[in-house]
Ligand binder design. Structure first.
Ligand SMILES: [Zn+2]
Ligand SMILES: [Zn+2]
Length: 259
């Protein structure tokens, strides 16, 4: 059984289809899913999805794209929102200097508030980083120096230096369908070097559908395609890989209980 550690089931792409999507995930042996918050102002709808299904959890946080448009949110506010039983992590948060949809200082301020909340509560961070490796390493090292916090770099697409730095800080690395893309040789090399104890898999649905669904709407059932590719890179059979990454999910997101 696999876990889709990162999807966006509250997005309009899935409206009216959640029962079918969760059923198809079950048929593909995706036992659990974590649906990810991108706007604190839309937390309620993310939380509603998690409350509808026993095997779905959620996060609370502000995507770096929205750091400029969402209200500035303190660690305390994030922590109180995370008291709800289905909320098992903070994020997604981080830096996106590829799109630069929000001013970089606002992205950093929001990211640091999420880190504070994670350090304070012990709930992990779901970190988004794109084209920002140097600043990501700078902020993580600086914050790590003030006290450790758990977390994962989701949809890992950065270079080997970032992978090495985050592994050193005890963080996990989650791999999306990008790993199945023809052009992702560098990523495949990096993934080979990540210890199996630190790997997770995800869809980031509705985005980034793995081959052979590339270009179509992604959904949690397709986690299996990504897992098959990563298992091959790690030279593991599919069942052992599924067991290991599911175990990792529950190690990291320790507030989640298996049903
Ligand atoms: Zn992301
Ligand atoms: Zn996401």
């Amino acid at each position: 059984m696999l876990v889709d550690s990162h999807c966006h089931l509250d997005f309009p792409d899935f409206e009216g289809e959640l029962d079918d999507i969760v059923a198809r995930a079950g048929e593909a042996d995706i036992g659990y899913m974590m649906t990810i918050c991108t706007h604190v102002t839309k937390f309620q709808q993310v939380h509603d999805v998690a409350n509808q299904f026993e095997n779905i959890w959620c996060t609370v946080g502000i995507h770096p794209h929205n750091a400029g448009s969402e209200p500035e949110t303190s660690a305390e506010t994030l922590m109180s929102m995370a008291e709800a039983p289905k909320v098992i992590a903070f994020g997604e948060t981080g830096l996106d200097f590829f799109y630069d949809h929000s001013p970089r200082e606002r992205q950093e301020t929001a990211f640091r508030a999420h880190i504070d909340a994670a350090r304070e509560t012990g709930l992990p961070l779901v970190i988004h980083t794109r084209d920002a490796d140097d600043d990501m390493i700078r902020i993580l090292r600086d914050e790590h120096g003030r006290g450790a916090f758990p977390g994962v770099i989701h949809c890992f697409s950065s270079g080997p230096e970032l992978a090495e730095a985050v592994l050193e800080m005890g963080l996990y690395i989650s791999v999306s369908g990008i790993v199945t893309f023809k052009t992702a040789d560098e990523l495949r090399e990096t993934v080979k070097s990540v210890p199996i104890e630190r790997l997770l898999v995800e869809t980031d649905a509705p985005y980034l559908a793995p081959v052979p669904h590339r270009g179509k709407r992604n959904e949690p059932a397709y986690t299996a395609k990504t897992a098959a590719k990563v298992a091959e890179l790690k030279d593991m059979d599919a069942d052992a890989f599924a067991d290991a990454t599911t175990e990792n999910f529950f190690q990291l997101f320790s507030k989640a209980e298996r049903s």
